[in-house]
Design a protein around this ligand. Sequence first.
Ligand code: FUL
Length: 475
Amino acid sequence: MKHLTLAALAATMMLGGCAPEPPAPMSVVPAPRQLEWHRMEQYAFVHFTVNTFTNREWGYGDEPESVFNPTDFDADALVKIVKDAGLKGLILTAKHHDGFCLWPSAYTEHSVKNSPYKDGKGDIVGEVAEACRRQGVKFGIYLSPWDRNHAGYGTDEYLEYYRNQLRELLTAYGPVFEMWFDGANGGDGYYGGANETRILESGYLYYDWPKVVEIIRELSPETVVWSSSLPDARWCGNERGVIAETNWCMATPEKLYPGGHDDVEVLTHGMEDGNRWAPAEADVSIRPGWFYHADQKPKTPEQLFDIYLTSVGRGGTLLLNLAPDTRGRVPEEDVASLMAWRKMVDETFARDLADGAKAEASSSRGRGYGADKVIGGDNGYWATADDTVTGDVTLTWSEPQKMNYVSIQEHIELGQRVRTFEVEVLENGAWRKAAEGTTVGYKRILPLGGVEAAALRVRFTDSRGPLAIERIAVY
Ligand code: FUL
């Protein structure tokens, strides 16, 4: 027995000694629910309510329930479009600012139950949640805090109503991958017939977001909370689908929402020294409006492709909105654009050239953390020693390859580290800088312009700690 152990020890030593410890995690790392969320990369928003029928973006709150009358709604058809487009989830406007509920809530009469849809027996939230489960698409909910219908909006009565609805939704329609709380807070509205303006001094204080988050954590701990104030995920600061090139996944809540208002600078870039994981999500509509309007056109597949590069390609997620029409169907031209975009993304990123390359690094942490780990993903990560915060990985091919994009991913389980990097290509025997960037995070995609090169080198020129790179892919 003793001999065997010694032999095994000798073999281990010949192979380069004991495997080193992994790099220590940075002080802020993602929770498992956030990691899972990052990996979804892209999911759909669906804006559908009375506004679809009144041709508005923000309903006033006085719309009779009778206006909600989709003639051909089919939850499975909607979810199939989302799934075929490669979108991994669907967040539905269960209630928008007008207060109309797409589910038969026990707490109000202002819902589908008093609409002509299925003679009041329909439940859009339930039907979509079920269709999502059947088709393997994750389900999420938008529940507008601002409610222009409710008579008690602005008082404690409304808060109780709102929290009851939140509990009702999470209990009846879970699992919910993301809860989406928009930032529109107060203004004029119907408010049960008062027809007045109600301005909140501070949305943060009124809604008591810590209390709302507590309810979600209790009923649905796996749900990612999207909001301005206490987020698991943050707004990227615009509705164009453009995340900043320098994009840290960390932020400090007090800095995101100082004085009850968004700090767009912090939302846009995040904070290198932020005290919680609050990654950027890019919400953008396929059309100019969030809701359907007959006179609007969808974005082209090329526009959607650019949005993919400035959202998923900058380390965040893409929340792409679809707007069903008065039939309850996603307009055919939108579906065509969406599917053409999907095809473009799939074809562009179909074959990772790194699969046929040899990988070498300037240095490594030791056994189990070599350069080969960057190829293919899912097999660990390349890491440097504790005192080494710069380094490079070179991929070499036997023949020159035509390169359109490089995609780099950090091992974010251990936090976000890279501050700056450069990409060089070996073209006709000489190295040339082809691209450069700042942060990497979950994923960073940069164009290489179709260069023909026999090698590609990523030089990490500054990092917050030892490097931990999960994947370098070339397309
Ligand atoms: C905003 C809302 O005011 C818009 O109507 C839309 O729902 C957008 C996604 O969020 O806060």
